[in-house]
Design a protein around this ligand. Structure first.
Ligand code: ZN
Length: 302
């Protein structure tokens, strides 16, 4: 049997990077365990680390209302709280379409990086421009017909340059085959360093992405530049059905309550979702990667 997609070629000796996407801008109406405050995110991250996660992606939120917070102080408070309890890599959002100007969108990353105590290991950049329209298949309505998440090539380069100049690694977020081709161009230009770390973003409700199915994932992965480390996520859909196929294809897993409430598991915490992924990974004879292993392979957090 071919081992072409097996342990020797995923770059992590076959170990699987599990990133927890703990909160996004998700409210608590479908699962009350979505963490908002710095202390909640930190406790959640520590429990996820205990369960097998090595990276935590978070959005800064108002502790009381869950509203979006974009101030550097809140991001810093979250990172300090996480690091007081755990050695996971931190990967704070840029704010995506909520901050239209790419210069403003990335501004907190160099600020956070001035202090090694709050310097993130990673920051995500969405490679492209997209209509951001969650579609409700029950009511047959788009929720946000006017919202465009727009970033020019110059804007992308500004974000990437600001992140890398701050000593932070870039997570290239891929929504389409076009994003994968843009990643290839940026690698060829030397805009992005190798090895690249990418996230294949699928969605059942965000129609600018590929669908959250094995075929949707494979259609994008087929166009990844060679040598890219990649994980898969699914916004608004259950990713558990793709874990085995992703790992088998040499990929990693980005999952959490920010994307989907996972009521199939009851009303789980993020750590319980991570534990389910670890159970599946171990059933394949694989182990989750540790944070230090991720730092070493990606060359971040030095
Ligand atoms: Zn996010």
């Amino acid at each position: 049997m071919s081992r072409s997609s097996g342990p020797a070629t995923n770059g992590f000796d076959g170990k699987v990077v599990i990133e927890v996407r703990c909160n996004e801008y998700t409210m608590r109406d479908h699962n009350r365990h979505v963490p908002w405050s710095p202390d909640e995110i930190a406790a959640d991250a520590a429990a996820c680390r205990e369960a097998g996660a090595s990276v935590v992606h978070f959005h800064a939120r108002d502790p009381e209302t869950g509203a979006m917070r974009g101030d550097t102080e809140t991001y810093a408070a979250v990172i300090r709280a996480i690091r007081s309890q755990s050695d996971v890599l931190v990967n704070p959002t840029l704010g995506a379409s909520t901050i239209p100007d790419p210069l403003q969108r990335v501004a907190h990353i160099p600020e956070l990086a001035k202090d090694p105590a709050t310097r993130p290991e990673l920051a995500p950049v969405d490679l492209g421009s997209f209509n951001v329209d969650p579609f409700d298949w029950d009511t047959l309505q788009f929720r946000a017909e006017e919202i465009v998440y727009r970033t020019s090539v110059a804007g992308l380069r500004h974000e990437i340059d600001a992140i890398t100049a701050a000593g932070v690694g870039v997570q290239s977020v891929l929504w389409t085959v076009g994003s994968a081709r843009c990643l290839g161009a940026f690698l060829a230009m030397g805009v992005l360093p190798s090895p690249a770390f990418a996230e294949v973003t699928l969605s059942d409700v965000m129609l600018s992405t590929h669908p959250g199915t094995v075929r949707g994932m494979q259609a994008l992965v087929e166009f990844l530049p060679p040598g890219v480390h990649w994980s898969v996520s699914c916004f608004g859909g259950n990713l558990l059905g793709l874990v085995t196929a992703a790992v088998e294809a040499g990929g990693h897993v980005s999952i959490g309550l920010g994307d989907y409430p996972y009521r199939e598991l009851g009303e789980p915490t993020n750590a319980e979702v991570v534990a389910e992924v670890v159970r599946m990974v171990r059933a394949m004879g694989r182990e989750p990667a540790t944070p230090d292993e991720v730092r070493a392979v990606l060359g971040v957090g030095a």
